[in-house]
Design a protein around this ligand. Structure first.
Ligand code: ADP
Ligand code: MG
Length: 264
């Protein structure tokens, strides 16, 4: 069961679970965000979709509080992102697997469960949820890429966090496994968890409740899968994304022209 207690005073259930305001992030010489505003609703699967390099990982890092930010605020469950109060309530599955290769899957999970103070019984539960019960005694370095992804997802699920931030968890998986993982995400959301799932594959938009389309550090659309198609009149998410990008380009050009007219 998901715990719903412990929000900061005044954090009503109707408030967005994540609230990003005026976020500015520089990485190296690149300004990734220059005043980004985003809200993520509770108890839903929000898809963060967009091409490589658009800022999905940087936004996720900002939400879990591991990204150095140059300005703005990021609040999660009524607390500043990365606060100690959020430590066991927010889980982050990074793009690269973070398990120890020289021990078994089960040993990895026991280790991480102890680390976060999750009950021992959680290990069996998460193994079953990601379909790795049979492989529990296998060394982690003997796994396929897809199995490794599932182990790090299992680690993120330990302790039943209220928010799971999953960075491209289905990348490189075959369609069957992808669909199984999406079933797990749906189960977690139905049990009350909030999920943020990134992908650069547009057709994963259809699996989400809410879709944030990103491009070059800004949100091109904040919509639903049905809304995405309806707004653009397209029949597949890829075409819809392209239509929105063109619309966005047009809007940017017009805004630019307007600013120039105002100046002259
Ligand atoms: N460690 C880094 N140093 C400098 N620039 C970075 C670093 N990591 C990412 N970037 C840049 O930040 C931008 C956003 O990257 P990222 O958030 O990883 O995008 P995505 O996850 O959507 O592929 C890109 O322009 C990328 O080149
Ligand atoms: Mg990324």
């Amino acid at each position: 069961m998901m715990s719903q207690v412990g929000d900061a005073p005044g954090a009503a259930a109707s408030e967005p679970l994540v609230s990003v305001r005026g976020l500015r992030v520089r990485r190296g010489r690149v300004t990734v965000f220059d005043g980004l505003d985003v809200e993520i609703p509770r108890g839903q699967i929000t898809g963060l979709l967009g091409p490589s390099g658009c800022g999905k990982t940087t936004l996720m890092r900002s939400i879990v509080g591991v990204q150095k930010v140059a300005g703005g605020t990021v609040r999660v469950l009524g607390h500043p992102a990365g606060s100690a109060a959020l430590r066991h309530r927010v889980a982050y599955d990074t793009q690269s697997a973070s398990v120890y290769g020289d021990i078994t899957i089960e040993q990895n999970l026991r280790y991480f469960a102890r680390l976060i103070g999750a009950p021992r019984s959680d290990v069996d539960r998460v193994l079953a949820q990601v379909g790795l019960t049979e492989q529990a005694r296998q060394r982690a370095d003997s796994l396929s890429g897809g199995q490794e992804n599932r182990v790090s997802l299992a680690v993120a699920m330990l302790g039943s966090p209220e928010l799971l931030v999953l960075d491209e968890p289905t990348v490189g998986l075959d369609p069957l496994l992808r669909s199984e993982l999406w079933r797990v995400f749906r189960e977690l959301a139905e049990a009350g968890a909030t999920l943020i799932v990134s992908s650069h594959v547009m057709d994963e938009a259809a699996r989400c409740d809410r879709v944030l389309l990103m491009r070059a550090g800004h949100i091109v659309a904040d919509t639903t899968p049905a809304g995405l198609l309806a707004e653009t009149g397209e029949s597949d998410p890829d075409a819809a994304f392209l239509a929105l990008v063109e619309r966005d380009d047009r809007a940017q050009r017009e805004a630019h022209a307007r600013r120039r007219r105002e100046r002259s």
